[in-house]
Write a protein that binds this ligand. Sequence first.
Ligand code: NAD
Length: 463
Amino acid sequence: MQFELNERAIDATLGTLRKAATSLKAHDYQWRIAQLDALFQLTEDHEKAICEALKADLNKSYTEAFVTEVGYLQSEIRHAKKHLKAWMKPRKVGTPLMAFPGKSFHYPEPLGVIFIMGAWNFPFQLTIAPLVAAIAAGNCALLKPSELTPKTSALIAELIPQYMDKDAIAVVEGGKEVSTYLLAQRFDHIFYTGGETVGKIVMQAASQYLTPVTLELGGKSPCIVDKHCDLTVTANRIVWGKWTNAGQICIAPDYVYVHESMKDAFLAALRKAITSQFGKQPQNSQDYGRIVNSNHLARLSNYLEGVESIEIGGEIDAESLYFAPTVVLNPPLTSPLMQQEIFGPILPVLTYDSHDQVIDMIGSREKPLALYLFSSDEDIQQRYLAQTSSGNMCINDTLIFMTNADLAFGGVGNSGMGRYHGKSGFDLLSNLRAVMKRPFILDVFIRYAPYNSLKTTLLKAFQ
Ligand code: NAD
C-alpha cells in the first residue's frame, strides 16, 4: 500500500496539537478521564472491526486478537482510570535541615505533544497503549501506526478522530517517508516501538531538538529449562509464548536452553504441546497466525537454509504466508539463527551441561528484553536474578507477566530504554517537576556571605 506524504496536512495537524498542548486543556483531570472513557468506548463499539482488521493483517484468531490487543487495552485503561487521581497528586519528599522550614514535592505535569510510532506485530495495542499513558499524563499525541499492517492502520486513522478530542489527539498514516518527515519535527517526547535499526534513526533524529525518547526494542530473549521443572507445564507455557502470533512477539522466547539429560523428554513435551494447541496440521488451525508479509517470510526461510537438525515443523507455504511452528536442535552459536532476533515461529533448542555455561553465554551477548527461567529451585532462580540482566524476567512462565499493569515494561541496553504500563507509563510521559516551597520566616543568615569560620562550622553541621 502506498501512502502519500502530505507535508502541509501534517504541519497543520501538528500546529493544532501544539496549540492544544499550550492551552493546558489536557492538564485537567476531567479531560483525561473523558478521553480515557472515549478510548474505552471505541474499543467496545468496534471490537469486531478491530479483530477483523487483525485477522486480515496477521490472521489473528478472534480470541487472540481480543486477549492480546483489545482486552489488554481495556484493562490498561481501567487501571489508569482507577489510579489517575493518586498518580496526579504531588508526591511529597523529605526536606533537609538546611531548608527548614519547608516542603518538597515531585509535581507531575504533562510534557506536551508525544509522537507515538507503533509496530506491526500488535498493531492496535502497541499504538494505543502508549496513548493511554500519554492521555493519563495529560499530553497531546500524534499516532503513526505501522504501515506493514494497513487494515489496522486505516481503522485507527478512521476511529480515533470519531472518539477523541481532535485538537489534542491525531493520527497520521504512512511509511518510511512519512516517519522521516515526522521525525524531523519538534516533539516533547518520541515513543518508538520496533527494531534496533530504526531505533537508532529515531534517537539520532531526536537529538536535533534534544527530544527525550522511549525505545521499545527487541532482541534475543533466552529461555532456560532447568532439571527442576514440570516439563508438561513448561512445554505448554513455552509453546504459548513462542507461537502466539506465529512468534512475532518482541518478548517471545527466542531460543531455549535445556539440560542435556532432558533434551529428548523436552522435545517430546514440545511436540505434544504444539499438537494440543494447534492440532496435527497447524496450517488448518483457526488459532495459528500468519507471517506479516513475504519479505519477513523470506527472512525467516533463510534462517532454515542449510539447517539439518529440524526436529519439528519446517513447512512453509509462501502463498498463504504460513510458516509452521518449527524447532531446530543445537544450531551453531555463530549461525544467523543464533545471532539475530528471530521474531518468527522458529525455536532453536540448545543443550547445556552447567548453568555457568548458560550464564556466561547470556552475559556475552546484548542484554535481552525478556529472560525466562523454568526452575522450582530457589537457588537457581536467585542465581539467574543476580548473574544475568534483562529488561523483564519471568520465572516459570512466559508472556503472562504482561498482564500485570503494575509491572513496568521495557528494555535495557540494546533492548531499549524507558518503561511503561500503568504508573510507569504515567511517570515516563510526565515531567516530575521538583518543587520546594518555603515560608518567609526563619531566614537563617549563615548561608549568606560574608563567610567566617563560625558560619563554616555551622554550615558543615547542617549538611
Ligand atoms: P517497523 O519496521 O515496522 O518499524 C516501526 C516504525 O518505524 C514504523 O512506523 C515505520 O514506519 C518506521 N520506520 C521504518 N523504517 C524507517 C526509517 N528508515 N526511517 C524512519 N522510520 C522508519 O518495525 P520492525 O523493526 O519490523 O519491528 C520489529 C521489531 O520490533 C522487533 O525487533 C521486535 O522485537 C520489536 N518490537 C518491540 C516491542 C516492544 O514492546 N519492546 C514490541 C513489538 C516489536
